[in-house]
Write a protein of this length. Structure first.
Length: 63
């Protein structure tokens, strides 16, 4: 299973709240953490692929 996730900015049309969100690719509208409305929009910044189980994920950042 190689599920793709997106991260970016989401905003609520009800209360104008804006937050950083992460959601699975193709997910339904996000729920506003402020007012609970799902009348929201999101702007995808990037798509991230979660590491698959058993993979080597202990990589160090090259300095
Ligand atoms: Zn809201």
């Amino acid at each position: 299973m190689n599920e793709q996730w997106c991260s970016g900015t989401a905003e609520c049309f009800e209360c104008d709240y804006e937050w950083i969100a992460v959601w699975p690719l193709g997910a339904d509208a996000l729920e506003c953490p402020e007012c609970g409305s799902d009348d929201t929009d999101r702007t995808r910044r990037k798509t991230v692929a979660l590491p698959t189980k058993g993979g080597h994920t202990c990589s160090r950042e090259p300095s």
